[in-house]
Design a protein around this ligand. Structure first.
Ligand SMILES: Cc1cc2nc3c(=O)[nH]c(=O)nc-3n(C[C@H](O)[C@H](O)[C@H](O)COP(=O)(O)OP(=O)(O)OC[C@H]3O[C@@H](n4cnc5c(N)ncnc54)[C@H](O)[C@@H]3O)c2cc1C
Length: 449
């Protein structure tokens, strides 16, 4: 029987957990087991259909494993005997372990819509060949309907229009696309940017049925409207892949995710850890369970899990939820709470907003206006969240906000923030929008205004 000190089941967060384990415990033998022959960069999947041109250009190289001394076994683990500490593979091979990490991720949510199993209907599975087939179908498609206007649906719409003469419609059940992630003003701006490309956006509309015989020919909306379609893409969320964990007797929690403590150790078995989309998450802000699934959280949890396998080292601070997206050349990003979420949770808050070009002078080539909206707790002045739109720098500015949130910085702290600036690279230090937004919030926070 094959054996390893640590067996990790999974892909993206699995690799990260393996690397973290080897860094902390270089003497340990680590084996990564994964179903996929090739691991895709999950967040890069929409770009397969435009910018990068194919699944082969969007992979996580196995060299990462080799370079970190991690063994790889390709295949599906089908059972775990926790008493004997033995994993059985689909082909019957058995592997013994001392510590086991579940990093089995998530699969796309497929709703029980009439006709959903017709040919030409694709969920966004993280599978190389499946997504290759989708690329071929898309290259022949004339009318694409994307169900779901979250960031996956919006990115797909933006990418699959590139280089194709194709009609694309995004159907979103809520009043705004991206509404689960951003405040209305940013949703409006993102929708406008996508509409400018010719993509048709239908909000407040629900797909009720997929039409056609064997192959999809259209979709029927709850409003009675029908849309012609020879390709339907589902982008409406994901569910945790925890069947194997459940079968092996591991306790599941919120939305069928694996119950773990802040050390990423399962509640059921001290030798079994979990991280990534399959692991339960608690909010950084109030400790309540949250259903957010992001690569940033998955890899952070994986680093924590890998470090804690043989000795408690890091403690998870909870999910801050940081994300960014790019729509028709404009970046949108959020860290922490939006104003909508703050309102829904009865949190008393103060807003500070600012905007500035991301170069100085603003007339430099490719200069883009950055918009920043910060939310501070009314009673303490602590930063709870920040939303941005602008050029590519927004992708890193949101990470600055995430660090400020994690360290509970107040508006006062942020006023004193010393940012590095450069004419061609950043906004002017006089109007740096993160700092200016904080300056504006300080006045009402002090009760002056
Ligand atoms: C289209 C798309 C775009 C996204 N964009 C972003 C983004 O821009 N930013 C962001 O932060 N997040 C983004 N996400 C979310 C992000 O991809 C996930 O949070 C991330 O992939 C989670 O990583 P994971 O390792 O937990 O799970 P997964 O990536 O789902 O990996 C799980 C792996 O485990 C393997 N596996 C499962 N069961 C077994 C088994 N029994 N035996 C062996 N192997 C098994 C699977 O085959 C898979 O390879 C995006 C997701 C999608 C689908």
């Amino acid at each position: 029987m094959r054996s390893a000190d640590v067996v990790v089941l999974g892909g993206l967060s699995g690799i990260t957990a393996g690397i973290s384990c080897r860094r902390h415990y270089p003497e340990k033998k680590v084996l990564l087991i994964r179903k996929e022959g090739t691991v895709l960069i999950p967040c890069g999947i929409p770009y397969i259909y435009g910018t990068v041109g194919g699944p082969e250009n969007n992979v996580i190289p196995d060299g990462l494993l080799e370079n970190n001394g991690i063994d790889l076994l390709k295949g599906e683990a089908v059972s775990v005997d926790r008493e004997k500490k033995v994993i059985t593979m689909k082909d019957g091979e058995t592997i013994s372990y001392d510590k086991l990490v579940f990093a089995t991720g998530s699969t796309p949510l497929v709703p029980p819509i009439n006709g959903i199993d017709k040919k030409g209907v694709y969920a966004v599975k993280k599978e190389f060949n499946y997504l290759g087939d989708l690329l071929e179908v898309m290259n022949d498609a004339k009318d694409v309907v994307i169900i779901g206007g979250g960031f996956i649906g919006m990115e797909f719409a933006d990418e699959c229009r590139k280089g194709r003469d194709i009609n694309i419609t995004v159907v979103e059940a809520l009043p705004h696309c991206l509404q689960m992630a951003m405040d209305n003003e940013f949703c409006d701006e993102a929708q406008k940017k996508l509409s400018e490309t010719g993509v048709n956006i239908m909000v407040d509309e629900k797909v009720e049925a997929i039409l056609g015989n064997d192959f999809v020919t259209g979709v029927k909306l709850a409003s009675g409207k029908e849309l012609k379609s020879d390709l339907v893409i589902l982008g409406i969320g994901a569910v945790a892949n925890t069947e194997l964990a459940e079968k092996s007797g591991i306790e599941l929690g919120y939305r069928n995710t694996i119950k773990v403590d802040r050390y990423m150790q399962t509640y059921t078995d001290t030798d079994v850890f979990a991280c990534g989309d399959c692991a339960m998450k608690e909010s950084f802000f109030d400790g309540r369970p949250v259903g957010v699934m992001l690569a940033s959280i998955a890899t952070s949890e994986a680093r924590i899990a890998g470090a804690n396998l043989f000795s408690p080292t890091h403690r998870n601070c909870g999910a801050i939820s940081v994300f960014s997206t790019l729509i028709n050349g404009r970046a949108f990003a959020v860290a922490g709470l939006t104003e909508r979420i703050a309102k829904e949770n009865g949190i008393k808050y103060v807003i500070g907003e600012a905007e500035a070009p991301d170069t100085h002078p603003g007339g430099m080539p490719n200069s883009t206006l950055t918009k920043v909206k910060l939310i501070f707790a009314r009673d303490t002045g602590v930063l709870l969240g920040g939303s941005l739109s602008g050029g590519k720098p927004v992708g890193e500015m949101v990470n600055v906000l995430s660090a400020c949130i994690m360290h509970k910085m107040t508006a006062d702290d942020m006023v004193m923030f010393q940012m590095g600036t450069h004419p061609a690279l950043t906004s002017s230090p006089i109007v740096y929008p993160i700092v200016n937004a904080a300056c504006k919030a300080v006045i009402p926070l002090k009760g002056i205004a």
